[in-house]
Design a protein around this ligand. Structure first.
Ligand SMILES: O=C(O)CCC(=O)C1=CC=C[C@@H](O)[C@@H]1C(=O)O
Ligand SMILES: [Mg+2]
Length: 324
């Protein structure tokens, strides 16, 4: 016997969360509940505005169709589903089949988009490998270069991840690199997507000796995982990519090509974020995931993220919008 429910959630965000051109005031999404033989499992479907191709409404409609098929005993083809829907349903199915191990990697790369001094404090408290991520490309490239160089000097054993989200022209990327002393460049684990054109990002990596990582490019049509000079990693944001199977296949291809695969958040609630931490521990156990996004919320959903004291909204407070 199978049954399924779809719940809708809305969570208040911290005041300063900006996604590309818009402020994210409320995070909206769906929670699915699958029930089979007295077992219950959950998944989160939350397209990220400005990043996902689908809207929350489209995802909710498709989720209802696929859940109906599942209740009717059909096998789902998640390869053709919308990415956020494929991710949420595949997580719930993996929970039902006890395939997603319970242990998570909660040691995340601290994310800094504001005051670099806060980051120094957090890094000094971090056990083991010191990895942090800073957003660049939002202000002057020169300022970004100075900040990154300052951090690399202040914490010599740090591996810094930078993320420009394709904001720089080749010239601006060069202006940034000019401020990073050559002896500090190896302290940059990678710089995600410096330029609009992937070919410009590749040329930048080869000219400056600063490794890059693909994130947006992974979602471009025709992308193939391959080893290229100057490319260190691929970033995997499952909500934007698709099913667990698809993510695991990309991780395996990355490893075969000698690249690091980093599981990263698309600003899911604590429910989805916990599942991502478990996916990271399972498939990329030696890599610190990019999951430091709970701080962007004002509330958690159903379960808490380790160490996070925000109030937790229980499932019983969500509206059931569909069930079968
Ligand atoms: O990768 C991380 O460490 C955290 C996730 C993160 O930085 C992002 C998630 C989703 C959208 C963006 O705001 C941002 C990114 O640009 O990658
Ligand atoms: Mg990015």
């Amino acid at each position: 016997m199978r049954s399924a429910k779809l719940f809708q959630y809305q969570l208040p965000m911290d005041s300063g969360v900006i996604l590309r051109d818009q402020r994210l005031i409320t995070r909206e999404g769906w929670v699915i509940e699958l029930c089979q033989d007295q077992q219950r499992a959950y998944g989160e479907i939350a397209p990220l505005p400005e990043f996902s191709v689908e809207t929350a409404t489209e995802a909710g409609e498709q989720a209802q169709q696929l859940l109906s098929q599942w209740v009717a005993g059909e096998t789902l083809d998640l390869d053709v589903a919308l990415p956020s829907v494929a991710f949420g349903i595949s997580c719930a199915l993996a929970e039902l089949a006890a395939e997603l191990p319970a242990t998570g990697n909660y040691l995340v790369a601290p994310l800094c988009s504001g005051d670099p001094d806060d980051l120094v404090v957090r890094l000094n408290q971090m056990p083991g490998e010191k990895v942090a991520k800073i957003k660049v490309g939002m202000y002057e490239a020169v300022r970004d270069g100075i900040v990154a160089n300052m951090l690399l000097e202040a914490i010599p054993d740090m591996q810094l991840r930078l993320d420009a989200n394709r904001q720089w022209t080749p010239l601006k990327a060069q202006q940034f690199a000019k401020y990073i002393r050559p002896e500090h460049r190896s302290g940059i684990a990678f710089l995600e997507e410096p330029c609009r054109e992937p070919s410009d990002s590749l040329a930048f990596a080869q000219q400056t000796g600063i490794n890059i990582a693909w994130d947006e490019t992974v979602r471009d049509a025709g992308f193939e995982v391959k080893a290229e000079p100057g490319v260190a990693a691929i970033i995997i944001k499952p909500t934007l990519i698709g099913s667990l199977e698809r993510c695991i296949s990309l991780i395996e291809q990355a490893h075969a090509a000698g690249l690091i695969a980093v599981i990263s958040s698309s600003i899911e609630s604590s429910l989805g974020l916990n599942q991502l931490a478990r996916l990271a521990q399972w498939q990329t156990p030696n890599v610190i995931p990019g999951l430091d996004t709970m701080q962007l919320f004002q509330a958690q959903l159903m379960q808490s993220w380790p160490g996070c004291e925000l109030p937790v909204i229980p499932l019983s407070e969500l509206d059931v919008v569909w069930q079968k």
